[in-house]
Each structure stands twice: as C-alpha cells, then as structure tokens.
Design a protein around this ligand. Structure first.
Ligand code: CDP
Ligand code: MG
Length: 865
C-alpha cells in the first residue's frame, strides 16, 4: 500500500503492515479489502473521522486528537521541489493541517469524503498529498474530475506550477482538448470525460485514485460518476487492484452521499476541513430588485471603488456577454491614461484585454460624493441602494484593474485573476458563477452579487432546452458572500432585498432531477447498465423522466425495442431494461445529445458529414440572425431597422436555395448563412451587413472544428479535415440531409391538419405534433411559413402568442415508416388512442396521436444501418 502512515504507529496498523513495506503494491489489495470488511469496527481510525460529520459533534477535538499523534514518516514519499513562495502560501491553507488525517483515512478506506469551504485548498492540495504518498506512478495516475472546463484547465496549470512539474506530468483533458501524455501522473478532467473513459475501461484500471471534485454542485455527470464508482471500487477490490475514491465537496449537503445505503455499503468517513473564514457583512438593497442588475452592478462597483478602502472587488453576473459589457463600461468609466496619475511607471499588462485605469483628473462630471466622504476610515460601508443618476465617470486615487472571468475565456486570460494586480491598483473581477465555488480569487474583500444565475431549463414536454436567468438559491448567495471573507473581513452587496432572499430556494436541486435524461441513459446503456431504474443514483431522476428517455431512445433506434406488442405504458417502460443497439453504441460515442448523435451517425452516407456537423453546430448555437423587430427610439432608427430586416429576408431567401434545396427549409438557410459567411472570411463586417450575429458565427466555427475533431476520433477512417469553407450541398445531398434530420429529430415530426379535419378556426394552418395536443404553427420567420408542407420536422417549439415551430424542414411522408417506425400507425387512425397522464401539466395527453396514419409504404431513399 502506498500510504503516508505506516511506520511509526504499529499499534494502530493492520497486522499486515510489516509486509507492506516490502511489497507495497500487492499489499494495497489486501489492506484495502480488509478496510472494507472492518470499517465498521469502532476502534478504527475511520470511525474517529466519521464522528466529524455530526454537525453537533466535537469535530475540533477529534481532529486535534488525530493531529496530536507523533508525526509519521510516510512509507513512500516522493519529493516535490516547490519554490519557497509556493511552499509558504501552501502552509497557510487550512487543508495542510489535515494532511495526515486525510492520508490516513485514504489509506485505510476505499472511499473518503472531504468537505471544506471553497478556497481551503482541496483541489490544489489533495492531488499533491496523494502524489507525495506515491499514489501516482507510471502505471496509475491520479484522476480528478471537475464539473467545469475552466476549473479542469486552470487547476491543472496551478498544480503543475506548485509542484514545479510540466504540463506533461500534470495535465488536463476536457471534452475536445487536452495535453495528456504517457508521463501524466495527475490528470484533471471534466466529469463527462471520465464517464467516456469508463465506457472504454469499466474498471478505470489506469487510475489508482479518482477524485470527484465539486460534488456539491451535483452536476448530472458527477452524480452518475459517484454511482458508478460506488460499484467500480468494490470490483477493483476483488481484482486485488484497489482504487481509492475521494469525493470532495464544499460544505453543503453531503447527506445524499453518506445517508444513502444504496450508494455505499459502508458509510465513508467524512473529513471536515475547517477553513479560516473572516466575517462578511451582508448589505441588502432596500428597493425591489431591478431588471437592470448589470447597471446596478456598475454603480455599486463605482461606489465601492471611490468610497471604500483597498481590497479586491468580485462581481457576480450571469453570462459572458454581460461580463464583457460591464468590463467595458468600467474601463470606460476609469479611462486609461498613458501617464498614470499617480506617476507610477505603467504596469506591464496586456492592454488588449484589460486596462489598468488611472484617475482621470480632468473629469468634471464628478459625483456629488467628494473625496472627503471617503477620506477617513470611518466609512459607512452600507452603500445604500443604487442611484440611477450615478455618473459613469468616476474619481479615485487608485487605478482599477478590471478582469473578466467566465468558463469559455481562454485559459491564459483566466489565469490572470490569480496573479496579484499591478502594484497600486485595485482588482475588480467581473465573473459568472464560476467564481462561486470552483475558483478562489485571492484578495477579494468586496462581493457584488446580482442574485441571478444563468441556467439551462428544459421544456418538460418537448425536452427542448434554453438558457434562462433566474434567482440563485440561498446556499449560492451565501457561497458568493463567503468569497469576500477569505483573507480579511469583507462585505457583500446583494442587489436584492432581504425579503427576496428569503424567497430563494434553500439549495438548488440536483441537475439530474431537473432535465431530460436521454443522453445520460444512452451513456449508461453503453456501459451495459440495462436496469437503469436500479442504478444507485445519489438522487434518482423522476421515474417519468427515465421512462420518457427510454421511449425516445427506442424511437431513435438507440435501444432495442422490447419483445412486446403494442405501446408501452410509462411504468412498464421504466421497469424495462432495453439493451443498447449497435446504432446506439455509435451514437453514444459522439459528444452531442442523442438526437444530434443519430444525425451524425447516419451522415457517413453520401458525404453528408460536414453538412450535418454544421447543422448540429448551428442548432446548438441558435439565434444566428439579428433581431430587427425591436422597438426603435427614432424614426430614423425605424427606417434603418426596416432596411436591415429587408436585407436579411432577401439573404435568407438566397440562402434557402432553389428547387429541392428549399425543402430543407430553415436548416438550408443555416447552411447557406454559415457557408456564405465563411467564404467571406467570417468577418464582423459581413455579419453586420447581412443580419448575422457575429458572435454566433464565431461560435459555430469553433463548434464545427471541435465536432469535426470528435467525429474523426470516432470514425477514424472518416478523414474529415477542418475547413471552415464548404461547398453548398448538391440537390441530392439536401434531400439526404432532410432524411437524416428526420431520423434524428424523430419525435419532432408534425403533420399539417387537413381541411376535413379542421375542428375549429384555431386549427387553421395548424400542425399536429406527436407530443402536444394543441395546434402548433410554423414560425413566421421560417422560410417555409408560406409553403405549409404536409409533413415537417422542427428543431424546437417556442410559445409566444401561439405555439410556434422553429428550425423547420419539410419531409416526405413515405420516409417516416422507414426512418421512424415507432411513430407510425398504419391503416386507419385509432378510434381512442390510449391517453397518458402528464404529471407536469395535469392534462391527459396522447403520446402518439394518429398523426401519421397517411403514410404509405414506398421504399425509402436512404439506407439506415
Ligand atoms: O478547492 P478549494 O476551493 O478548497 O481550494 P483551491 O482551489 O485548492 O484553492 C486554494 C488556494 O489556492 C486559494 O486560496 C486560491 O486562491 C489559490 N489558487 C491560486 O492562487 N491560483 C490558482 N490558479 C488556483 C488557486
Ligand atoms: Mg476546489
């Protein structure tokens, strides 16, 4: 066994400790197996630590008791050559005090839970403890999963730096990129990456330790990994190749992991790391919350900067665009001056991104609060509510060093927040939720919390997701506030009232309970977990969600249809354990949702892959076109918007192509727009002139590149090369693409209501869908709005004044039975289609009304393998 504790305390060691020194590897197996069997014995070190998990329990004495033991000399110690500054900084981290307890618990238990405040050093230090104790070696790496890409990248860089190792040894792997080598000993990755690795090697044999970090975030993949690892750990034990599992979490709700007898047969020890947390004074806004929280953030930052003593400011906003716009505004308010007013030499920074902003002395537009108000230390730190008349220009004796921080920011730019700001400046980080628990920014004294977060929401009926901004939970608000008290007492300015805070949810629900789970179920089936309902989820998804997912996957052909006639009821479907099909296996290897994965899987035919990749990317990015229907402030602007709209409509007609191409509808427009934009070099100018959203186009380009790489790694003989420019599809290809889209979007088929079926006026020009009882319509922005094809597939349904389909393509009825047999009834419509109860809406709805009874039996034009 590799451990740090086996020599100096023989009386507490398992009897096999002598042999361990000689045969460390084999012993690992024995001693861990015995841990598993004896973990419930009261005198085990395990139990001592377990006592810490009782909130009322004497956590401090227990820790001290353990820490008072004479220091042990580790059996294995791999020296690390850290710089003195790093070493000094490390020693200040609370987790360093618990190193011995942690390493003891890890060596004596297969599974250990570590809880500690954000910033206590879990992510950066625990991998180093393990490394020093010999858990990393050429044949077994230490793996750490993060729910966020930004954390995986930045933490691997940080740990490499602290350990003075290269990125060949401390590496990261995120969905489409990474720097892992044969020499990698510590590997940071996103949770999705580890899940894919389990598909290839269920026992994760290349790891000696797996750390699941940020478990409190309860991301869907984290939850599922914990469930899987709860089974993998005993399996590895049996094989004599024990795997250590460490679950790390901020101090939130570990009960779902510990009080869950389905998950772990023996309750794992919980080690509580007590972080030094300084008091944070919370200031609520008195007024009801404003819609313009971004503007309110701006005003608050200006006030803090002008009025309050030195200390970093951290602002929480919801998304990348907001972050950038606030950064711009702040930099404008404190404009850059070549000759710094303080007379300091200009700090060397990347001016391209952020500026060090000195005082603008010539500014006449001063705020009414003068310097006198802030001179003393006796400041009223309650800044009061936002004042909408606040000036945008500001005055301060300190330059403001403004940095953005969000997930997709390039790693080298993210790393800036961890460096000390240039001397004589005040740091101001404008961040999304990533700064809540994943990353700890040093030197923050003031937090400005807008109280909102951008979250993905799923339509319960159509399963379509969208991002929406909502209130955070109380737990999140408290986490955010805590960021201000890491190094000294701090202040948190909440841009909402305490009454609003009281209405927040206590915790946000685990992701798995809130979203459709078809991608998850497909991944699990690919792992040959057929009875998903029996899986040890930390919190199980609702049974209806499981049933709906299986049903969709059966319809897509990813799961084998159960050998049973007729339609399945929800309950039956949930209990069923349909195995994965060969098509499903291929779909599971693509890093996209099952509907899109099926499109990719079918697109090897007729050279359709580059087009499908583009369509999938464009559908993922959404909102390719500028919105010109917004209210204008002047007549001049009205005319301008009108002109731009006309230009966009004209271009859309061109992009929609001629003849059979047109039937690909809105998806052809997407292809045409991306194609034209890339031919023009994807410039901002081209986008602005033609009504395209420049940001969306850049994002599509990025996604296309990533998906091409991913497809090449799945289909090694596909040999796609990344070329943003693509030829338009041929007419035949456009027809194949319609079939591919139909096969993938499957349940998003709609049939136009025929004249003889018109129930009443509200069904005029309406379509029936497989998922809803209500009439739906083609969105007026669709190029097929006037054509009204008999059968269409749609990307999504949006509800405004009516239910509208967006992203519409026409399909031929005879394709449907060949491509989507589960959605067809042949012959006459059923008199009374069996209804099913929808718990969300409380309505009875038909899952598959007889929408498709008109289909005929012609042979399809596409091979479906
Ligand atoms: O994981 P946990 O939140 O417990 O803490 P951590 O991420 O390991 O961070 C420990 C300390 O390292 C914090 O004070 C961070 O500010 C610091 N850190 C840093 O200075 N630079 C980084 N790139 C990452 C962390
Ligand atoms: Mg962490």
């Amino acid at each position: 066994r590799h451990s740090s504790d086996s020599e100096s305390e023989p009386e507490e060691e398992p009897s096999s400790s002598e042999e361990e020194k000689e045969e460390p590897k084999q012993e690992t197996g024995k001693s861990s197996a015995s841990d598993l069997n004896t973990a419930e014995k009261p005198e085990e070190g395990v139990k001592k630590v377990v006592a810490n998990q009782q909130p009322a329990g004497p956590s401090v004495p227990v820790c001290q008791a353990a820490s008072n033991k004479p220091p042990r000399k580790p059996a294995v110690f791999i020296p690390v050559d850290r710089s003195p500054e790093i070493q000094e900084a490390r020693l200040k981290l609370p987790i360093l005090a618990e190193e011995q307890i942690i390493m003891e618990a890890v060596s004596e238990n297969p599974i250990v839970i570590i809880c500690g405040e954000t910033g206590s050093g879990k992510t950066t230090q625990v991998p180093q403890f393990l490394y020093e104790a010999g858990y990393a070696s050429s044949n077994g790496a230490i793996g750490i999963t993060e729910p966020r890409r930004v954390a995986a990248v930045s933490m691997s860089q940080r740990v490499a730096k602290e350990m003075n190792l290269s990125d060949r040894e401390v590496s990261y792997q995120i969905r489409y990129e990474g720097n892992v080598t044969d020499e990698t000993q510590i590997k940071f990755m996103t949770d999705g990456v580890l899940l894919k690795e389990i598909q290839k090697d269920f026992l994760l044999s290349k790891y000696k330790v797996v750390i699941i970090d940020e478990a409190h975030e309860r991301s869907m993949y984290t939850d599922i990994l914990i469930g899987l690892l709860s089974r993998i750990v005993p399996l590895r034990e049996k094989k004599g190749l024990p795997l250590k599992l460490i679950v790390m979490s901020a101090t939130l709700r570990v009960e779902d992991f510990t009080d869950n007898n389905r998950l772990f047969s023996v309750t794992p020890p919980v080690i509580q790391v007590d972080a030094r947390q300084f008091p944070v004074t919370v200031h609520f806004n008195k007024k009801t919350p404003l819609d313009d929280y971004s503007g309110e953030c701006f005003r608050k930052v200006c006030k803090i900067h002008r009025m309050l003593p030195p200390g970093g400011i951290l602002v929480f906003l919801t998304g990348q665009a907001e972050v950038h716009s606030l950064c711009r505004r702040l930099r404008k308010a404190f404009p850059f001056q070549k000759n710094n007013a303080a007379g300091n030499a200009l700090p060397k920074i990347d001016l391209d991104n952020y500026s060090v902003v000195p005082v603008d002395e010539g500014d006449e537009d001063r705020d009414t609060e003068t310097d006198d108000d802030i001179a003393g230390s006796d400041i009223d730190l309650d800044l009061g509510d936002g004042d909408s008349e606040e000036d945008e220009k500001s005055d301060s004796s300190l330059p403001l060093y403004v940095l953005p921080l969000y997930s997709l920011l390039a790693p080298e730019k993210q790393a800036k927040v961890f460096r000390a700001p240039p001397p004589g400046t005040r740091l101001c980080v404008v961040a999304t939720n990533v700064a809540e628990t994943s990353l700890t920014i040093p030197g923050i004294k003031y937090v400005v919390d807008c109280g909102k977060v951008k979250k993905r929401f799923y339509d319960k009926i159509t399963g379509v997701s969208s991002f929406r901004v909502t209130w955070i939970s109380q737990a999140s608000a408290n986490q955010r506030a805590g960021r201000a008290g890491r190094t000294e007492p701090g202040h948190c300015y909440r841009l909402y009232s305490s009454a609003v805070f009281m209405d927040f949810e206590k915790f946000s629900a685990p992701e798995i309970t809130k979203r459709p789970v078809e991608d998850l179920i497909l991944q699990m089936k690919a792992l040959n977990i057929e009875k998903v309902i029996n899986f040890p989820f930390p919190t199980p998804p609702p049974t209806e969600a499981l049933a709906a997912a299986e049903e969709l996957l059966i319809a897509l052909g990813a799961l084998k249809e159960p050998p049973m006639m007729g339609r399945l009821t929800q309950q039956l479907a949930a209990k069923l354990s349909c195995p994965i099909s060969p098509l499903g296996r291929i779909m599971a290897t693509f890093p996209v949702a099952p509907r899109y994965a099926k499109m990719l899987a079918l697109s090897r035919q007729h050279d359709c892959l580059p087009y499908t990749i583009t369509i999938v990317s464009a559908m993922t990015v959404r909102e390719l076109f500028e919105e010109f229907d917004r209210p204008a402030v002047s007549e001049e602007e009205t005319a301008k918007l009108k002109g731009k709209k006309a230009r966009l409509l004209q271009m859309q007609r061109i992009w929609a192509g001629q003849g059979p191409m047109q039937m690909l509808g809105d998806l052809m427009v997407m292809l045409g727009a991306v194609g034209a934009c890339e031919y023009a070099g994807c410039t901002r100018k081209f986008c602005e002139e033609n009504g395209l959203r420049y940001k969306a186009m850049l994002e599509i380009r990025r996604l296309r590149g990533q998906l091409t790489t991913a497809v090449n790694s799945v289909c090694t003989d596909a040999g796609l090369y990344i070329d943003p420019k693509m030829k338009p599809p041929t007419e035949a290809q456009a027809t194949y693409l319609r079939q591919i889209v139909l096969a993938g979007l499957g349940d998003h088929v709609a049939r136009r209501v025929q004249a003889e079926e018109l129930l009443d006026d509200k069904w005029k020009n309406a379509y029936k869908t497989a998922l809803l009882d209500d009439p739906v319509f083609i969105h007026p922005s669709s190029v097929l709005f006037k054509q009204l094809p008999e059968f269409v597939v749609y990307q999504e349904i949006v509800e405004t004044t009516k239910l509208y389909m967006k992203g519409v393509s026409a399909v031929e009825p005879e394709w449907i039975p060949a491509l989507l047999p589960p959605y067809c009834h042949f012959g006459k419509p059923l008199e009374n289609p069996p209804p099913s109860y929808c718990p969300e809406t409380g309505r009875i709805r038909c899952h598959r009304p007889s929408v498709f009874y008109r289909v005929s039996w012609q042979l399809p034009a596409v091979e479906v393998d």
